[in-house]
Design a protein around this ligand. Structure first.
Ligand code: PLP
Length: 484
Protein backbone atom coordinates (compact mmCIF):
# COMPACT_ATOMS: atom_id res chain seq x y z
CA UNK A 1 0.00 0.00 0.00
CA UNK A 2 1.30 3.46 -0.77
CA UNK A 3 1.68 6.12 1.89
CA UNK A 4 -1.03 8.69 2.43
CA UNK A 5 -0.17 12.18 1.26
CA UNK A 6 -0.12 13.24 4.92
CA UNK A 7 2.59 10.68 5.58
CA UNK A 8 4.67 12.28 2.83
CA UNK A 9 4.49 15.65 4.55
CA UNK A 10 7.82 17.29 5.49
CA UNK A 11 7.76 20.37 7.75
CA UNK A 12 8.39 23.54 5.80
CA UNK A 13 8.11 21.98 2.32
CA UNK A 14 5.94 24.08 0.04
CA UNK A 15 4.10 23.59 -3.24
CA UNK A 16 3.34 27.27 -3.64
CA UNK A 17 4.28 30.46 -1.85
CA UNK A 18 2.13 33.51 -2.22
CA UNK A 19 3.57 37.03 -2.42
CA UNK A 20 3.33 39.14 0.77
CA UNK A 21 0.10 41.14 0.81
CA UNK A 22 0.33 44.66 -0.51
CA UNK A 23 -0.57 47.57 1.75
CA UNK A 24 -4.01 47.78 0.11
CA UNK A 25 -4.66 44.06 0.64
CA UNK A 26 -3.48 44.38 4.22
CA UNK A 27 -5.95 47.22 4.77
CA UNK A 28 -8.70 45.14 3.27
CA UNK A 29 -7.86 42.26 5.60
CA UNK A 30 -8.16 44.57 8.61
CA UNK A 31 -11.78 45.30 7.73
CA UNK A 32 -12.75 41.62 8.10
CA UNK A 33 -13.98 41.01 11.67
CA UNK A 34 -11.47 39.00 13.70
CA UNK A 35 -14.00 36.28 14.50
CA UNK A 36 -13.87 35.11 10.89
CA UNK A 37 -10.19 34.23 11.07
CA UNK A 38 -9.05 30.71 11.98
CA UNK A 39 -6.97 30.33 15.13
CA UNK A 40 -4.36 28.26 13.40
CA UNK A 41 -3.43 27.45 9.81
CA UNK A 42 -5.26 24.43 8.35
CA UNK A 43 -3.55 21.09 8.91
CA UNK A 44 -2.58 20.39 5.34
CA UNK A 45 0.25 18.14 4.23
CA UNK A 46 3.47 20.06 3.55
CA UNK A 47 4.50 18.78 0.16
CA UNK A 48 5.96 20.10 -3.09
CA UNK A 49 4.03 20.34 -6.33
CA UNK A 50 5.98 17.33 -7.64
CA UNK A 51 5.06 15.31 -4.52
CA UNK A 52 1.40 16.02 -5.23
CA UNK A 53 1.61 15.19 -8.92
CA UNK A 54 3.43 11.89 -8.27
CA UNK A 55 1.11 10.93 -5.47
CA UNK A 56 -2.07 11.33 -7.48
CA UNK A 57 -0.64 10.11 -10.79
CA UNK A 58 0.49 6.88 -9.13
CA UNK A 59 -2.85 6.46 -7.41
CA UNK A 60 -4.70 7.03 -10.69
CA UNK A 61 -2.76 4.15 -12.27
CA UNK A 62 -4.28 1.80 -9.73
CA UNK A 63 -7.71 2.57 -11.07
CA UNK A 64 -8.79 -0.13 -13.47
CA UNK A 65 -10.16 1.39 -16.67
CA UNK A 66 -10.98 0.41 -20.22
CA UNK A 67 -8.29 2.85 -21.41
CA UNK A 68 -5.77 0.59 -19.69
CA UNK A 69 -7.00 -2.98 -20.09
CA UNK A 70 -9.60 -5.36 -21.49
CA UNK A 71 -12.80 -5.06 -19.45
CA UNK A 72 -15.20 -7.93 -20.26
CA UNK A 73 -17.68 -7.20 -17.47
CA UNK A 74 -20.82 -8.93 -18.73
CA UNK A 75 -24.04 -6.91 -19.04
CA UNK A 76 -22.13 -3.65 -18.50
CA UNK A 77 -20.91 -3.12 -22.10
CA UNK A 78 -17.54 -1.68 -21.14
CA UNK A 79 -16.66 -0.66 -24.68
CA UNK A 80 -14.02 1.92 -25.47
CA UNK A 81 -15.32 5.48 -25.17
CA UNK A 82 -13.94 7.44 -28.14
CA UNK A 83 -12.09 10.57 -27.05
CA UNK A 84 -13.93 12.72 -29.58
CA UNK A 85 -17.03 12.32 -27.35
CA UNK A 86 -15.13 14.02 -24.53
CA UNK A 87 -13.85 16.73 -26.82
CA UNK A 88 -17.30 17.63 -28.11
CA UNK A 89 -18.94 17.54 -24.67
CA UNK A 90 -16.26 19.93 -23.41
CA UNK A 91 -16.86 22.52 -26.16
CA UNK A 92 -17.51 25.87 -24.58
CA UNK A 93 -20.88 26.25 -26.26
CA UNK A 94 -22.11 23.16 -24.42
CA UNK A 95 -20.17 23.17 -21.19
CA UNK A 96 -20.77 26.85 -20.38
CA UNK A 97 -24.52 26.81 -21.03
CA UNK A 98 -26.72 27.59 -18.08
CA UNK A 99 -29.85 25.43 -17.97
CA UNK A 100 -32.01 28.45 -17.13
CA UNK A 101 -31.10 30.41 -20.27
CA UNK A 102 -34.21 31.34 -22.22
CA UNK A 103 -35.30 28.76 -24.81
CA UNK A 104 -37.74 30.68 -26.92
CA UNK A 105 -37.14 33.00 -29.80
CA UNK A 106 -38.56 36.00 -28.04
CA UNK A 107 -36.22 35.45 -25.11
CA UNK A 108 -33.15 34.78 -27.23
CA UNK A 109 -31.74 31.93 -29.25
CA UNK A 110 -28.99 30.96 -26.84
CA UNK A 111 -30.05 27.37 -26.23
CA UNK A 112 -31.27 26.40 -29.70
CA UNK A 113 -28.05 24.47 -30.37
CA UNK A 114 -28.37 22.44 -27.20
CA UNK A 115 -32.05 21.78 -27.88
CA UNK A 116 -31.14 20.66 -31.40
CA UNK A 117 -28.75 18.07 -29.94
CA UNK A 118 -31.52 16.76 -27.68
CA UNK A 119 -34.16 16.82 -30.39
CA UNK A 120 -31.95 15.11 -32.96
CA UNK A 121 -30.77 12.47 -30.46
CA UNK A 122 -34.39 11.67 -29.66
CA UNK A 123 -35.23 11.31 -33.35
CA UNK A 124 -32.25 8.99 -33.95
CA UNK A 125 -33.07 6.84 -30.94
CA UNK A 126 -36.65 6.52 -32.21
CA UNK A 127 -35.37 5.38 -35.57
CA UNK A 128 -32.86 2.91 -34.09
CA UNK A 129 -35.39 1.41 -31.67
CA UNK A 130 -38.65 1.61 -33.64
CA UNK A 131 -40.28 3.82 -31.01
CA UNK A 132 -42.45 6.91 -31.55
CA UNK A 133 -40.95 9.16 -28.88
CA UNK A 134 -38.10 9.27 -26.42
CA UNK A 135 -37.48 11.18 -23.23
CA UNK A 136 -33.80 11.64 -22.50
CA UNK A 137 -34.31 12.67 -18.91
CA UNK A 138 -33.75 9.55 -16.77
CA UNK A 139 -30.21 9.43 -15.45
CA UNK A 140 -29.52 5.68 -15.42
CA UNK A 141 -30.94 2.44 -16.74
CA UNK A 142 -32.65 1.75 -13.44
CA UNK A 143 -34.08 5.27 -13.43
CA UNK A 144 -35.35 4.67 -16.97
CA UNK A 145 -37.00 1.44 -15.84
CA UNK A 146 -38.80 3.19 -13.00
CA UNK A 147 -39.88 5.97 -15.37
CA UNK A 148 -41.08 3.40 -17.91
CA UNK A 149 -43.10 1.48 -15.33
CA UNK A 150 -44.60 4.76 -14.07
CA UNK A 151 -45.65 5.50 -17.68
CA UNK A 152 -47.31 2.10 -17.87
CA UNK A 153 -49.13 2.75 -14.59
CA UNK A 154 -50.31 6.16 -15.86
CA UNK A 155 -51.51 4.60 -19.10
CA UNK A 156 -53.61 1.94 -17.37
CA UNK A 157 -54.94 4.48 -14.88
CA UNK A 158 -56.08 6.72 -17.75
CA UNK A 159 -57.88 3.71 -19.28
CA UNK A 160 -59.61 3.11 -15.98
CA UNK A 161 -57.95 -0.30 -15.64
CA UNK A 162 -56.69 -1.53 -12.33
CA UNK A 163 -53.73 -3.81 -12.74
CA UNK A 164 -51.50 -4.98 -9.95
CA UNK A 165 -48.81 -7.30 -11.29
CA UNK A 166 -45.63 -7.15 -13.32
CA UNK A 167 -44.07 -10.36 -14.65
CA UNK A 168 -40.28 -10.61 -14.73
CA UNK A 169 -38.21 -13.66 -15.71
CA UNK A 170 -35.82 -14.94 -13.05
CA UNK A 171 -32.88 -14.19 -15.35
CA UNK A 172 -33.60 -10.44 -15.15
CA UNK A 173 -31.24 -7.81 -13.82
CA UNK A 174 -32.16 -7.01 -10.21
CA UNK A 175 -33.22 -3.51 -11.16
CA UNK A 176 -36.24 -4.90 -13.10
CA UNK A 177 -38.12 -6.34 -10.11
CA UNK A 178 -37.00 -3.41 -7.94
CA UNK A 179 -38.31 -0.81 -10.39
CA UNK A 180 -41.66 -2.59 -10.65
CA UNK A 181 -41.88 -2.89 -6.86
CA UNK A 182 -40.99 0.76 -6.27
CA UNK A 183 -43.71 1.74 -8.76
CA UNK A 184 -46.17 -0.16 -6.55
CA UNK A 185 -46.61 -3.46 -8.39
CA UNK A 186 -46.54 -7.00 -7.14
CA UNK A 187 -43.63 -8.69 -8.92
CA UNK A 188 -44.14 -12.22 -10.20
CA UNK A 189 -40.91 -14.00 -11.05
CA UNK A 190 -41.16 -16.46 -13.95
CA UNK A 191 -38.64 -19.32 -13.94
CA UNK A 192 -36.39 -20.00 -16.93
CA UNK A 193 -36.48 -23.23 -18.90
CA UNK A 194 -33.61 -25.53 -19.87
CA UNK A 195 -32.92 -23.37 -22.94
CA UNK A 196 -32.25 -20.25 -20.81
CA UNK A 197 -35.49 -18.52 -21.89
CA UNK A 198 -38.43 -17.61 -19.72
CA UNK A 199 -40.53 -20.81 -19.47
CA UNK A 200 -43.39 -20.17 -21.91
CA UNK A 201 -45.96 -22.36 -20.19
CA UNK A 202 -45.24 -20.82 -16.77
CA UNK A 203 -45.43 -17.36 -18.35
CA UNK A 204 -48.79 -18.08 -19.95
CA UNK A 205 -50.11 -19.47 -16.69
CA UNK A 206 -49.14 -16.29 -14.84
CA UNK A 207 -50.59 -13.95 -17.47
CA UNK A 208 -53.99 -12.50 -16.67
CA UNK A 209 -55.96 -9.25 -16.85
CA UNK A 210 -54.33 -8.12 -13.60
CA UNK A 211 -50.92 -7.99 -15.30
CA UNK A 212 -49.80 -4.45 -16.19
CA UNK A 213 -46.52 -5.31 -17.84
CA UNK A 214 -43.99 -7.97 -18.69
CA UNK A 215 -40.37 -6.81 -18.46
CA UNK A 216 -37.93 -8.54 -20.78
CA UNK A 217 -34.31 -8.22 -21.73
CA UNK A 218 -33.71 -9.39 -25.29
CA UNK A 219 -31.20 -10.81 -25.83
CA UNK A 220 -31.49 -11.80 -22.21
CA UNK A 221 -28.81 -11.78 -19.55
CA UNK A 222 -27.61 -15.19 -20.75
CA UNK A 223 -26.86 -13.48 -24.09
CA UNK A 224 -29.66 -15.39 -25.85
CA UNK A 225 -32.22 -14.03 -28.28
CA UNK A 226 -35.77 -15.24 -27.62
CA UNK A 227 -37.04 -16.88 -30.85
CA UNK A 228 -40.67 -16.71 -29.61
CA UNK A 229 -40.66 -12.99 -28.97
CA UNK A 230 -43.49 -12.15 -31.42
CA UNK A 231 -45.73 -14.85 -29.99
CA UNK A 232 -44.92 -13.66 -26.50
CA UNK A 233 -45.76 -10.05 -27.39
CA UNK A 234 -49.13 -11.13 -28.83
CA UNK A 235 -50.06 -12.92 -25.59
CA UNK A 236 -49.09 -9.90 -23.54
CA UNK A 237 -51.13 -7.52 -25.69
CA UNK A 238 -54.15 -9.83 -25.65
CA UNK A 239 -54.46 -8.97 -21.95
CA UNK A 240 -53.93 -5.25 -22.56
CA UNK A 241 -50.64 -5.55 -20.73
CA UNK A 242 -47.58 -3.73 -22.06
CA UNK A 243 -44.24 -5.23 -22.99
CA UNK A 244 -41.25 -3.47 -21.43
CA UNK A 245 -37.81 -3.73 -23.05
CA UNK A 246 -34.74 -3.55 -20.85
CA UNK A 247 -32.41 -2.09 -23.46
CA UNK A 248 -29.14 -2.73 -21.63
CA UNK A 249 -28.31 -5.36 -24.25
CA UNK A 250 -29.10 -3.28 -27.33
CA UNK A 251 -25.46 -3.53 -28.41
CA UNK A 252 -26.39 -6.94 -29.85
CA UNK A 253 -29.14 -5.57 -32.11
CA UNK A 254 -28.01 -2.13 -33.26
CA UNK A 255 -29.08 -1.46 -36.82
CA UNK A 256 -30.44 -5.00 -37.27
CA UNK A 257 -33.74 -5.30 -35.48
CA UNK A 258 -35.78 -2.86 -33.44
CA UNK A 259 -37.50 -3.45 -30.11
CA UNK A 260 -40.51 -1.53 -31.43
CA UNK A 261 -40.87 -3.99 -34.33
CA UNK A 262 -40.49 -6.97 -31.98
CA UNK A 263 -43.63 -5.84 -30.13
CA UNK A 264 -42.20 -3.82 -27.24
CA UNK A 265 -44.20 -0.79 -26.09
CA UNK A 266 -41.85 0.91 -23.63
CA UNK A 267 -38.10 0.66 -23.23
CA UNK A 268 -35.02 2.22 -21.77
CA UNK A 269 -31.53 2.53 -23.17
CA UNK A 270 -28.28 2.86 -21.28
CA UNK A 271 -26.39 5.55 -23.19
CA UNK A 272 -23.41 4.79 -20.96
CA UNK A 273 -23.39 1.21 -22.25
CA UNK A 274 -24.49 0.98 -25.88
CA UNK A 275 -23.68 4.56 -26.87
CA UNK A 276 -20.19 4.69 -25.42
CA UNK A 277 -20.35 7.30 -22.72
CA UNK A 278 -18.03 6.58 -19.81
CA UNK A 279 -19.31 4.62 -16.84
CA UNK A 280 -18.15 2.58 -13.95
CA UNK A 281 -17.75 4.05 -10.50
CA UNK A 282 -21.46 4.83 -10.39
CA UNK A 283 -22.01 7.24 -13.22
CA UNK A 284 -22.91 9.70 -14.53
CA UNK A 285 -25.16 7.91 -16.97
CA UNK A 286 -28.31 8.39 -18.96
CA UNK A 287 -31.26 6.02 -19.34
CA UNK A 288 -33.57 7.48 -22.00
CA UNK A 289 -37.06 6.02 -22.19
CA UNK A 290 -38.73 5.25 -25.50
CA UNK A 291 -42.45 4.72 -26.00
CA UNK A 292 -45.05 3.86 -28.61
CA UNK A 293 -47.53 6.59 -29.54
CA UNK A 294 -50.23 5.69 -27.04
CA UNK A 295 -47.88 6.44 -24.13
CA UNK A 296 -46.66 9.83 -25.36
CA UNK A 297 -49.17 11.89 -23.33
CA UNK A 298 -47.66 10.53 -20.11
CA UNK A 299 -43.98 11.31 -20.84
CA UNK A 300 -42.06 13.18 -18.12
CA UNK A 301 -42.05 16.99 -18.05
CA UNK A 302 -40.60 18.65 -20.08
CA UNK A 303 -40.85 17.53 -23.70
CA UNK A 304 -38.99 19.05 -26.63
CA UNK A 305 -41.22 20.36 -29.36
CA UNK A 306 -40.51 21.86 -32.76
CA UNK A 307 -42.62 24.94 -33.33
CA UNK A 308 -44.07 26.07 -36.62
CA UNK A 309 -41.29 28.56 -37.19
CA UNK A 310 -38.76 25.73 -36.86
CA UNK A 311 -37.47 26.74 -33.43
CA UNK A 312 -37.27 24.23 -30.60
CA UNK A 313 -38.67 24.66 -27.14
CA UNK A 314 -39.27 22.73 -23.97
CA UNK A 315 -42.94 22.26 -23.27
CA UNK A 316 -43.93 22.01 -19.63
CA UNK A 317 -47.70 22.21 -19.76
CA UNK A 318 -48.81 18.62 -20.22
CA UNK A 319 -51.91 17.56 -18.38
CA UNK A 320 -51.31 13.80 -18.33
CA UNK A 321 -47.54 13.83 -17.74
CA UNK A 322 -46.11 11.74 -14.90
CA UNK A 323 -44.22 14.93 -13.97
CA UNK A 324 -40.57 15.56 -13.30
CA UNK A 325 -38.13 12.67 -13.09
CA UNK A 326 -34.93 14.73 -13.33
CA UNK A 327 -33.85 18.34 -13.02
CA UNK A 328 -33.78 20.23 -16.32
CA UNK A 329 -33.26 17.72 -19.11
CA UNK A 330 -31.22 14.94 -17.52
CA UNK A 331 -27.47 14.47 -17.88
CA UNK A 332 -26.96 16.80 -20.81
CA UNK A 333 -23.20 16.24 -21.23
CA UNK A 334 -23.74 12.48 -21.44
CA UNK A 335 -26.36 12.99 -24.13
CA UNK A 336 -23.91 15.17 -26.10
CA UNK A 337 -21.41 12.31 -26.01
CA UNK A 338 -23.98 9.82 -27.30
CA UNK A 339 -25.00 12.30 -30.02
CA UNK A 340 -21.37 12.60 -31.11
CA UNK A 341 -21.01 8.82 -31.18
CA UNK A 342 -24.15 8.43 -33.33
CA UNK A 343 -23.03 11.19 -35.67
CA UNK A 344 -19.61 9.62 -36.00
CA UNK A 345 -20.82 6.05 -36.67
CA UNK A 346 -23.88 6.64 -38.82
CA UNK A 347 -26.11 3.86 -40.07
CA UNK A 348 -23.38 1.54 -41.33
CA UNK A 349 -21.15 2.13 -38.34
CA UNK A 350 -23.94 1.09 -35.96
CA UNK A 351 -24.45 -2.13 -37.89
CA UNK A 352 -20.74 -2.87 -37.57
CA UNK A 353 -20.99 -2.37 -33.81
CA UNK A 354 -23.55 -5.14 -33.42
CA UNK A 355 -21.83 -7.38 -35.99
CA UNK A 356 -18.50 -7.22 -34.19
CA UNK A 357 -19.97 -7.35 -30.69
CA UNK A 358 -21.76 -10.60 -31.56
CA UNK A 359 -18.81 -12.02 -33.49
CA UNK A 360 -16.41 -11.34 -30.61
CA UNK A 361 -18.68 -12.99 -28.04
CA UNK A 362 -19.12 -16.07 -30.21
CA UNK A 363 -15.37 -16.26 -30.76
CA UNK A 364 -14.81 -16.26 -26.98
CA UNK A 365 -17.57 -18.85 -26.56
CA UNK A 366 -16.05 -21.11 -29.25
CA UNK A 367 -12.51 -20.96 -27.85
CA UNK A 368 -13.49 -21.48 -24.21
CA UNK A 369 -16.17 -24.13 -24.58
CA UNK A 370 -13.75 -27.03 -24.12
CA UNK A 371 -12.48 -25.53 -20.85
CA UNK A 372 -15.59 -24.32 -19.03
CA UNK A 373 -19.15 -25.63 -18.85
CA UNK A 374 -21.60 -23.96 -21.22
CA UNK A 375 -25.03 -24.13 -19.56
CA UNK A 376 -26.95 -23.13 -22.70
CA UNK A 377 -25.26 -24.56 -25.74
CA UNK A 378 -26.63 -22.13 -28.32
CA UNK A 379 -25.25 -19.42 -30.55
CA UNK A 380 -24.94 -16.37 -28.32
CA UNK A 381 -25.46 -12.71 -29.08
CA UNK A 382 -23.20 -9.99 -27.60
CA UNK A 383 -22.13 -11.93 -24.51
CA UNK A 384 -21.55 -15.52 -23.49
CA UNK A 385 -22.21 -17.09 -20.13
CA UNK A 386 -20.13 -20.00 -18.85
CA UNK A 387 -20.30 -21.82 -15.56
CA UNK A 388 -17.31 -22.58 -13.36
CA UNK A 389 -19.14 -25.64 -11.97
CA UNK A 390 -16.42 -27.99 -13.20
CA UNK A 391 -13.72 -25.93 -11.49
CA UNK A 392 -15.89 -25.46 -8.38
CA UNK A 393 -15.95 -29.23 -7.98
CA UNK A 394 -12.17 -28.92 -7.42
CA UNK A 395 -12.72 -26.09 -4.93
CA UNK A 396 -12.01 -23.25 -7.39
CA UNK A 397 -15.09 -21.04 -7.59
CA UNK A 398 -16.07 -18.28 -10.00
CA UNK A 399 -14.75 -15.77 -7.47
CA UNK A 400 -11.34 -17.49 -7.44
CA UNK A 401 -11.20 -17.37 -11.22
CA UNK A 402 -12.01 -13.66 -11.06
CA UNK A 403 -9.13 -13.14 -8.59
CA UNK A 404 -6.77 -15.11 -10.82
CA UNK A 405 -7.63 -12.81 -13.75
CA UNK A 406 -7.09 -9.72 -11.60
CA UNK A 407 -3.70 -11.19 -10.65
CA UNK A 408 -2.87 -11.21 -14.37
CA UNK A 409 -3.92 -7.58 -14.82
CA UNK A 410 -7.21 -8.46 -16.55
CA UNK A 411 -10.65 -7.41 -15.47
CA UNK A 412 -12.84 -10.40 -14.61
CA UNK A 413 -16.14 -11.10 -16.28
CA UNK A 414 -19.31 -10.55 -14.26
CA UNK A 415 -19.57 -13.43 -11.77
CA UNK A 416 -22.59 -15.06 -10.11
CA UNK A 417 -24.97 -13.30 -12.52
CA UNK A 418 -27.35 -14.16 -14.13
CA UNK A 419 -28.72 -15.94 -11.09
CA UNK A 420 -30.07 -18.80 -13.20
CA UNK A 421 -26.51 -20.05 -13.83
CA UNK A 422 -24.56 -21.59 -10.95
CA UNK A 423 -21.00 -20.22 -10.70
CA UNK A 424 -21.75 -17.91 -13.63
CA UNK A 425 -18.96 -16.27 -15.63
CA UNK A 426 -20.59 -13.71 -17.91
CA UNK A 427 -18.24 -12.44 -20.59
CA UNK A 428 -19.06 -9.42 -22.75
CA UNK A 429 -16.05 -8.60 -24.91
CA UNK A 430 -17.77 -5.74 -26.85
CA UNK A 431 -16.93 -4.76 -30.42
CA UNK A 432 -13.97 -2.54 -29.62
CA UNK A 433 -11.48 -5.33 -28.80
CA UNK A 434 -8.99 -6.69 -31.30
CA UNK A 435 -8.47 -10.41 -31.87
CA UNK A 436 -5.07 -10.14 -30.17
CA UNK A 437 -6.62 -8.74 -26.99
CA UNK A 438 -9.40 -11.33 -27.03
CA UNK A 439 -6.79 -14.07 -27.45
CA UNK A 440 -4.77 -12.77 -24.50
CA UNK A 441 -7.86 -12.98 -22.30
CA UNK A 442 -8.91 -16.38 -23.63
CA UNK A 443 -5.38 -17.77 -23.15
CA UNK A 444 -5.42 -16.55 -19.57
CA UNK A 445 -8.81 -18.23 -18.99
CA UNK A 446 -7.49 -21.50 -20.46
CA UNK A 447 -4.37 -21.30 -18.28
CA UNK A 448 -6.54 -20.68 -15.23
CA UNK A 449 -8.74 -23.69 -16.03
CA UNK A 450 -5.59 -25.85 -16.23
CA UNK A 451 -4.28 -24.41 -12.97
CA UNK A 452 -7.61 -25.18 -11.28
CA UNK A 453 -7.23 -28.80 -12.26
CA UNK A 454 -3.54 -29.06 -11.38
CA UNK A 455 -3.29 -27.01 -8.22
CA UNK A 456 -6.59 -25.78 -6.79
CA UNK A 457 -4.92 -24.72 -3.52
CA UNK A 458 -2.85 -22.08 -5.37
CA UNK A 459 -5.94 -19.87 -5.73
CA UNK A 460 -6.41 -19.30 -2.02
CA UNK A 461 -4.35 -16.12 -1.67
CA UNK A 462 -4.90 -14.60 -5.14
CA UNK A 463 -4.46 -11.85 -6.24
CA UNK A 464 -0.84 -11.28 -5.21
CA UNK A 465 0.13 -8.59 -7.73
CA UNK A 466 -2.35 -5.92 -6.65
CA UNK A 467 -1.95 -3.19 -3.98
CA UNK A 468 -4.64 -4.93 -1.92
CA UNK A 469 -4.46 -8.71 -2.01
CA UNK A 470 -7.15 -11.19 -1.00
CA UNK A 471 -9.42 -9.59 1.55
CA UNK A 472 -11.32 -11.51 4.17
CA UNK A 473 -14.77 -10.97 2.66
CA UNK A 474 -16.53 -12.69 5.51
CA UNK A 475 -14.89 -10.40 8.03
CA UNK A 476 -15.57 -7.38 5.81
CA UNK A 477 -19.28 -8.17 5.84
CA UNK A 478 -19.58 -9.18 9.48
CA UNK A 479 -17.18 -6.84 11.21
CA UNK A 480 -17.54 -3.31 9.91
CA UNK A 481 -15.30 -1.63 12.50
CA UNK A 482 -12.40 0.24 11.00
CA UNK A 483 -8.99 -1.06 11.94
CA UNK A 484 -5.86 0.49 10.46
C1 PLP B 1 -26.91 -2.27 -16.41
C2 PLP B 1 -28.20 -2.94 -16.48
C3 PLP B 1 -29.36 -2.34 -15.93
C4 PLP B 1 -29.34 -1.11 -15.06
O1 PLP B 1 -28.75 -0.01 -15.68
P1 PLP B 1 -28.01 1.14 -14.84
O2 PLP B 1 -27.69 2.14 -15.87
O3 PLP B 1 -26.81 0.49 -14.22
O4 PLP B 1 -28.97 1.63 -13.81
C5 PLP B 1 -30.56 -2.99 -16.14
N1 PLP B 1 -30.63 -4.15 -16.81
C6 PLP B 1 -29.54 -4.76 -17.32
C7 PLP B 1 -29.71 -6.05 -18.08
C8 PLP B 1 -28.29 -4.18 -17.17
O5 PLP B 1 -27.21 -4.77 -17.67
Amino acid sequence: MSALIFEKSAPGRRGYTLPKPTAAEQACRLRIPARYFADAPPELPEVSELDVVRHFTNLSHRNFCVDGQFYPLGSCTMKYNPKINEHVAALDGFSSLHPLLPQLRGGGMLTQGALEVLYQTERWLCEICGMDAFSLQPMAGAHGELTGIMLIAAYHRAQGHRKTKVLVPDSAHGTNPSSAAIAGYEVVSIPSGADGEMDFARFEAALGDDVAAVMLTCPNTAGLFNPRIHELADRVHAHDALLYYDGANLNALLGRCRPGDLGFDVMHLNLHKTFSTPHGGGGPGAGPVGVKARLIPFLPTSVIIKRQDGTLALEYDRAQSIGYVAPFYGNFAIIVRAYTYLLMLGREGLRKVSANAVLNANYVQARLRAHYDLPYDRRCMHECVFSAARQAAQGVHALDIAKALIDRGLHPPTVYFPLIVKEALMIEPTETESKEDLDRFIDAMIEIAAQAERDPASFADLPRTTPVSRVDERKAARDMRFTA
